[in-house]
Design a protein around this ligand. Structure first.
Ligand code: ADP
Length: 505
């Protein structure tokens, strides 16, 4: 069956908290989806691991279930697009197919000391020059170095020729293709701190610095392009895989942010504000990251086009809501935070610093930790919940300020992601920024980006601009009566952040 006889594109959105398979129709709308939340393993304070086998099993189950439950035949799927949580990485044995350790998640801080040593050795400027990134435990390089050390120590007889490495996209692609294809895309590779951002190739000097043998690394391919076909054992026939993006870059693509200055903010486990820089690599003076937005095959004069982006990454935002639910058991569900926050006029003087995994942009403080400040006897659960939501908006404001200092003039914030469903949070965001916040009808921009890329990659669609134009706006939140108070409180919150910094030795 050819691409034009097919009816759908499948997107696999493999996030930090859950995995999802979605089916998009020819208008670019979601017609079916299956989601499975998965286990977070916290072996020590500041550490976070995922079981790669659980991620793969759940991905497979979601794919099979979304077809079965909706009476969709696998031969109606034109292509699959994959988008994943970034930086999270693992090592596996290519002969057994088994991971050698759990995956180390992007939020994990176990390599903070390794980073500090590298900073002391003066390596940060060179790493920034080569990768566009700030030297931090967030990225994959030090995590892979830790994993490799662990494997050599715990399993000294292992044949390292059989060991291969990758971020979650590589692991899933390898499994989807029946263990045939070991590849990644440039947007995910740009988050490893091992890819040279100018050439989009693995950087020999950085591989040497972190002790990672080049043969372990996946091939870097275009984000929109041919990755391989699914193993027929999976869905009964082969389906092309024609797009891979990091989750934030996929959302940027879905929003239609393909020209310099266009930007979006995703509210998921963390918050990620990304601004398109076009085909020119730009660098920040305000602690933002330079990253690859996506690459794709070009026309006759060049082999590929590369789009770059500037990014402000805030590590734990939705994760703090999950912590209120699972860690503190202060709430039963994430959506409940909206109602609770509306029950009080303000936070009663409470400020929260969402540094559960240190602070990302614009502070980059691996030693910061979470804090509630300003608690007095009259403080109730509603105040604390509201303080957590407000802190998410304050963090985003800090990054908007940094982006503006870098020459942007942000007049409208386009949002998406799980926590952008929260009306209180979105209104407060508009108030504290003093600009409108625009929420689309489909909040799964990440999955939509992967679907758009895959459908365009296989020729199921041919007009990106039209797909983007078809997206509906759900609501625009305008700055309201509370703007002045919100902006005054922001200044106080900054002081709270200073107290939470530099906490861990
Ligand atoms: P990810 O892709 O990082 O897994 P999602 O975009 O799926 O994230 O969003 C999930 C996150 O959003 C969770 O951390 C959850 O706590 C938060 N979340 C979901 N719904 C709400 C809500 N109504 N209010 C606040 N936070 C929410």
């Amino acid at each position: 069956m050819t691409a034009n006889q097919t009816k759908y594109v499948m997107a696999l959105d493999l996030g930090t908290t859950g995995n999802r398979a979605l089916i998009f129709n020819s208008s670019g709308n979601v017609v079916a989806q299956v989601y499975k939340e998965f286990t977070q393993h916290y072996p020590k304070p500041g550490w976070l691991e995922h079981d790669p086998n659980e991620i793969w099993q759940d991905t497979r189950t979601c794919m099979q279930q979304v077809l079965q439950e909706n009476n969709i035949n696998a031969n109606e799927i034109a292509a699959i697009g994959l988008t994943v949580q970034r930086e999270t990485c693992l090592l596996w044995d290519k002969t057994t197919g088994m991971p050698l350790h759990n995956a180390i998640v992007w939020q994990d801080r176990r390599t903070a000391n390794m980073c500090r040593q590298l900073i002391e050795q003066g390596k940060a400027p060179e790493i920034n020059e080569r990768t566009g990134l700030v030297l931090d435990a967030y990225f994959s390089a030090t995590k892979l170095a830790w994993l490799l050390d662990w494997v050599k120590r715990e399993n000294p007889n292992i044949n390292l020729d059989n060991v291969i490495a990758g971020t979650i996209d590589s692991w899933i692609l390898w499994n989807l293709t029946g263990q045939q294809v070991h590849a990644t895309d440039a947007s995910n590779a740009s988050r490893t701190m091992l890819m040279n951002i100018s050439s989009q190739e693995w950087d020999k000097q950085l591989l040497d610095l972190f002790g990672i043998p080049a043969h372990m690394m996946p091939q870097i391919k275009n984000s929109i392009g041919w990755f391989g076909k699914t193993d027929p054992a999976l869905l009964g026939l082969e389906i092309p895989i024609t797009a891979i993006f990091g989750d934030q870059q996929a959302a940027l693509f879905a929003h239609g942010c393909d020209r310099p200055g266009m930007l979006k903010c995703t509210y998921g486990t963390g918050c990620f504000l990304i601004s398109q820089s076009g085909e020119q690599l730009t660098r920040s003076d305000n602690q933002l990251l330079s990253t690859v937005a996506w690459t794709q095959a070009a026309n006759s004069h060049s082999s590929k086009t590369v789009n770059f982006a500037l990014e402000g990454a805030m590590f734990t935002t939705g994760a703090c809501i999950q912590w209120l639910r699972d860690g503190l058991q202060l709430i039963d569900s994430a959506p409940e935070t909206e109602f609770l926050s509306q029950q009080v006029q303000d936070t009663n003087g409470v400020y929260f610093v969402p540094a559960l995994s240190g602070l990302g942009a614009p502070h980059w403080d691996m030693s910061a930790r979470g804090a509630f400040l300003g608690i007095t006897g009259g403080v109730k659960r509603e105040h604390m919940v509201r303080a957590v939501l407000e802190s998410i908006a304050y963090q985003v404001k800090e990054v908007v300020v940094a982006m503006n200092k870098d020459g942007n003039n942000i007049e409208l914030l386009k949002v998406d992601g799980g926590a952008s469903q929260n009306n209180f949070l979105m209104q407060f965001q508009a108030d504290v920024l003093g600009i409108p916040v625009e929420r689309p009808a489909i909040l799964d921009a990440t999955a939509q980006g992967a679907a758009f890329g895959a459908g365009l990659g296989i020729g199921f669609w041919d007009d990106y601009a039209k797909l983007v134009k078809n997206r509906q706006v759900d609501r625009v939140f305008e700055p309201g009566a509370d703007t002045v108070v919100a902006q005054t409180n922001f200044e106080k919150w900054i002081q709270a952040v200073e107290r939470a910094k530099d906490w861990i030795e």
